[in-house]
Design a protein around this ligand. Structure first.
Ligand code: GLA
Length: 734
């Protein structure tokens, strides 16, 4: 890890583990020219500054420049100007009081320091001084008197660069930031690339989509207030022949949970230009003189050997530098959540009975989901009234929690803190506390409105309600939900020229509430959720080490969802529960064993009524819990290998391998049974070839070389949706 500056050429070379990132100040134009991002390069970087010097017709030359110095529109950029000769998507747009919004910023200075600074009010990666080094480059547009500080942090052990940008008003009049990318990337002319993104919808989140990067702009974004089910703030650019184990791949991840936009533009010279950050549509941020605005952080990672290594890099990075360290490595309770079993129809006795059954099966925690507060019997009331629903739970939450704990299971509680029901005491007292546009009828989503979390009094009120309940009931686990998308995004307290700030202020307020709760209750474990996986992103992971991956818990559908999610996010971030059959979304009946095996890919639990199990199922559940506990360390810390893809293959498998390669588990699901079938051998990866591994169930031994080159046999079973899971431990070898 090192950041080097070579003054003679004003060249910056960032070495981040096995990768190099380089850019320089253009000797005549003063703009930052991107040079390289890829496998480690020790020398010759300057040879990359070899743009075509033949003057081209139809190219624009910056003031004072010469045609042979190149045009901004065909030089790879670190920070693209707007309206001044780079016709590709800009890094920033800033409107001045005279109505113009052009930006053209030149290098002023830089500083390099050990460690990494926090981003005010925003989640961001962290590192000690020994683990990271940071470069801040200051650019300045002298016309609008705005400075842009681009920050790049490199890390000791991982090929990740954390980037962010800051706009600072150095002038004497206010300006309005209309766009500020967290990162700009340029891939050199002629580099053919594929784009892998993760679109989806409710109950079918993050299904990988691979396409060629073609001329024009391909964008995906969220304007729904949350990062969304429909798009995820993570994507990969890769060589067209890249696979799990081969080819170059560059991953980009935004540490943000609200509206975002990713734009991938292929220009006339086959240069691929990327802008990634806050969604610039419906966004603006006014800066008074002396004020600054910080973009969210973006992480960019490189792999020279396909998606598998790229995923390992992101998994390790999130676990080591983003998710709170006091929680990420902790034992995760095997949870039973009552939502799918009871919906709103429960009372105290039913929940206590639930807990008794859960304790009998060896589960660790009962999470009481939606419907315990206000007077909530359906989704049409009480959000915002975070006090107990007396008619349902007459003894109160603290007493109920005590009764549950006495039975031997811990107690967790569901909240939806950012929302408000029109039928609530909170709404009746403060009808203007929701996001709204005066005079425009409010659009409802799931019968509810969205609180204006940018207002201090709103987050204070929710904080007070939540914290008194958490303290009184001694709760150390909550599920934090958010069940609707935003409409009529306006704030009663913002002046006309700041209404474009409402959605981002919402996110900052939500982050602040999360932070305050975690400061007040340092042991509190928060599971994220947004109508399933509608806010599965690195921003939330900073506060909530695991996130409910999807409302769809069907074992086959989960193969797709967990497969897609795993490209960027580690297994420990995915909450995965076994639910009842037939599955409530697809009507599919899958074996309990398969549901268990699939759910054990992530943080394991149940989403059903334990009273409904017969004896055989009870013993299977006890077995599953024992296995999940025994192998939990591999789920928390191991390396994930995807074996086959549910998108292409009938068999979908994965391995979780300990970092020291001394133990691993392998799981596979054969989706459909086939007549007259062929034999299936799973070629494992990531093992030590010379080590003998013992199958802990059968006692049979195999060498790593055998398992990786000949494979592990997946026996034929005449049934659909069968799975198998094997656990191996090293018995000899290095
Ligand atoms: C969302 C969540 C579910 C459940 C319900 C409760 O849909 O994803 O898990 O908590 O809300 O209303």
């Amino acid at each position: 890890m090192a950041i080097n500056y070579f003054p003679e050429n004003q060249l910056f070379v960032l070495d981040a583990a096995e990768c190099t990132y380089a850019f320089m100040v253009h000797p005549r134009y003063g703009r930052l020219v991107h040079l390289y991002h890829g496998a480690h390069l020790a020398t010759d970087i300057l040879k990359l500054f070899n743009y075509d010097t033949t003057p081209r017709s139809q190219s624009t030359i910056p003031p004072g420049g010469n045609p042979q110095d190149g045009s901004l529109s065909n030089l790879p950029q670190e920070f693209s100007s707007f309206g001044c000769g780079d016709f590709r998507l800009p890094s920033a747009q800033v409107r001045t009081p005279d109505g113009f919004n052009a930006v053209d910023a030149k290098y002023v200075s830089h500083r390099i320091f050990r460690g990494k600074v926090e981003l005010p009010g925003l989640p961001a990666s962290f590192a000690t001084e020994a683990e990271a080094e940071t470069l801040e480059v200051t650019l300045r547009d002298d016309v609008i008197k705005v400075e842009f500080v681009l920050s790049y942090s490199v890390f000791e052990k991982l090929p990740v660069i954390a980037r962010s940008a800051r706009a600072l008003n150095r002038g004497e009049t206010p300006v309005t930031v209309e766009r500020l990318s967290s990162l700009t990337l340029d891939y050199r002319s002629g580099t053919k690339l594929d784009l892998v993104s993760f679109p989806g919808g409710w109950t079918r989140e993050r299904r990988p989509l691979r396409e060629r990067v073609n001329p024009g702009v391909r964008e995906f974004a969220s304007n729904r207030g949350l990062s969304s089910h429909q798009a995820n703030p993570f994507f990969i650019l890769c060589d067209p022949d890249a696979t799990e184990t081969h080819g170059r791949a560059w991953g980009q991840m935004l540490v943000y949970s609200g509206n975002f936009k990713a734009e991938v533009e292929r220009d006339q010279y086959d240069m691929t230009h990327v802008q990634f950050g806050l969604n610039s549509e419906r966004f603006s941020w006014k800066l008074e003189p002396g004020e600054s605005f910080h973009s969210p952080e973006a992480l960019t990672a490189f792999s020279a050997s396909g998606f598998e290594t790229l995923s390992h890099t992101f998994h390790d990075f999130l676990r080591r530098h983003l998710i709170r360290q006091t929680h990420v490595h902790l034992h995760r309770p095997v949870v039973v959540n009552n939502w799918e079993a009871t919906k709103f129809a429960f009372d105290e006795n039913k929940i206590v009975e639930f807990a008794r059954r859960a304790a009998d099966l060896g589960m660790d925690m009962l999470v009481l989901d939606d419907g315990w507060f206000g007077h909530r019997d359906e989704s049409n009331s009480s959000l915002g009234d975070w006090f107990v629903y007396q008619a349902k739970l007459p003894s109160g939450i603290a007493k109920l929690a005590e009764r549950v704990r006495e039975l031997g299971v811990d107690f967790g509680l569901w909240f939806e803190p950012e929302m408000i029901s029109p039928d609530s005491e909170l709404y009746r007292a403060h009808p203007d506390w929701c996001l709204h546009i005066p005079g425009r009828p409010a659009t409802l989503g799931r019968n509810q409105l969205v609180l204006d979390m940018g207002r201090r009094e709103v987050i204070d009120c929710i904080f007070d309600q939540m914290s008194s309940l958490i303290a009184a009931a001694k709760i150390n686990y909550i599920k934090w939900d958010a069940n609707r998308q935003f409409t009529e995004v306006g704030s009663a307290v913002l002046p006309a020229d700041r209404q474009g700030e409402a959605a981002h202020r919402f996110m900052l307020g939500t982050y602040e509430l999360l932070q305050r709760l975690l400061e007040r209750f340092p042991d509190l474990f928060i599971e994220g959720c947004a109508a399933g996986g509608g806010r599965f992103d690195a921003g939330m992971l900073y506060y909530t080490p695991q996130i409910w991956t999807s409302d769809d818990t069907d074992a086959v559908e989960r193969l797709y969802i967990q497969y897609g999610t795993s490209f960027g996010y580690p297994p420990s971030a995915m909450s995965c529960h076994v639910s009842a059959v037939p599955n409530c979304h697809v009507g599919r009946v899958t074996p309990l064993e398969t549901r268990g095996d699939v759910a054990m890919m992530g943080a394991f639990g149940y989403e059903l009524d334990p009273a409904k199990f017969g004896e055989a199922e009870r013993s299977e559940v006890r077995r599953q819990i024992a296995v999940a506990r025994a192998d939990e360390h591999l789920m928390l810390e191991g390396d994930l290998y995807r074996l086959g893809s549910p998108l292409d293959d009938n068999i979908s498998g994965w391995e979780l391998v300990a970092k020291d390669k001394r133990e691993f588990i392998v799981t596979a699901v054969r989706i459909m049974s086939r007549p007259n079938p062929s034999h299936d051998w799973l070629l494992l990866r990531g093992l030590d070839a010379d080590t003998m591994y013992r199958d802990l169930d059968s006692g049979e031994s195999f060498s790593g070389a055998f398992l990786m080159n000949a494979g592990l046999y997946f026996p034929i079973v005449k049934a659909d949706f069968t799975s198998f899971r094997r656990r191996f431990r090293a018995e000899s070898g290095k």
